[in-house]
Design a protein around this ligand. Structure first.
Ligand code: GRF
Length: 204
């Protein structure tokens, strides 16, 4: 299964996928290409260092989302991508794009959804005073951080945490569950029934 990863920035989740792939721990999943909407972001340098092909579709070059989506779609299709992984990709994808990859687009989010969707998940968790937060890998649908939940991992929130401390603790879990989900999907062990996900076997 060819995997295309979409990012907007740093790319530590991309790096986790690269590392697990190198270790032969992604099963039949093969990282095929990195796509970014941000030229010169650190994730592109990570891809280059790993010998992974990459492309940029800069959203600022498009006056409407449909054009951006179409350019992204055609780049992914030209690399024969089967599974799209949003790993810190800060754009919302339109229906046409979603329809091109039915149940083949996943996202990693730094909270235990449905709590704290959106771009300030960690800040919201701290403000709410929750004692536990975490991360979620889910299929992407038309909403923001909605869609069937595939896997979650919890982390404690400490009293003296700031956003950065919490980010680092959550990222450790992100880097564990995202590759595990990619592997399980490639092994066809992830099934959606009545809008809920069942994972056959273990996530590892
Ligand atoms: C992660 O926190 C992820 O949950 C969110 O964006 C961030 C990406 O981080 N969707 P990185 O670029 O993988 O380091």
């Amino acid at each position: 299964m060819n995997v295309g990863v979409l990012v907007s920035g740093r790319g530590t989740n991309l790096q986790a996928l690269i590392d697990r792939g190198r270790a032969g721990e992604l099963g039949p999943a093969r990282l095929t290409v990195l796509g970014s909407n941000t030229p010169d972001c650190p994730a592109i340098a990570r891809a280059r260092a790993a010998g992974l092909r990459s492309f940029v579709v800069d959203h600022r070059d498009y006056s409407a989302r449909a054009g951006f989506d179409r350019a992204l779609l055609s780049a992914l299709k030209s690399h024969q991508v089967d599974l799209v992984v949003l790993a810190g990709f800060m754009r919302v994808l339109g229906v046409e794009f979603l329809a091109a990859f039915p149940q083949r687009i996943i996202n990693i989010h730094p909270a235990l959804l449905p709590a704290f969707p959106g771009v300030h998940a960690r800040r919201q968790a701290l403000e709410a005073g929750v004692k536990v937060t975490g991360c979620t890998v889910h299929f992407v649908d038309g909403g923001v951080d909605t869609g069937p939940i595939i896997a979650q991992a919890a982390v404690p929130v400490h009293e003296d945490d700031d956003e950065e401390a919490l980010r680092a603790r959550i990222l450790i879990e992100e880097h564990r569950i995202l590759p595990a989900v990619v592997r399980a999907i490639a092994e066809r062990r992830v099934v959606v029934e009545s809008g809920k996900v069942r994972v056959l076997g273990v996530l590892a």
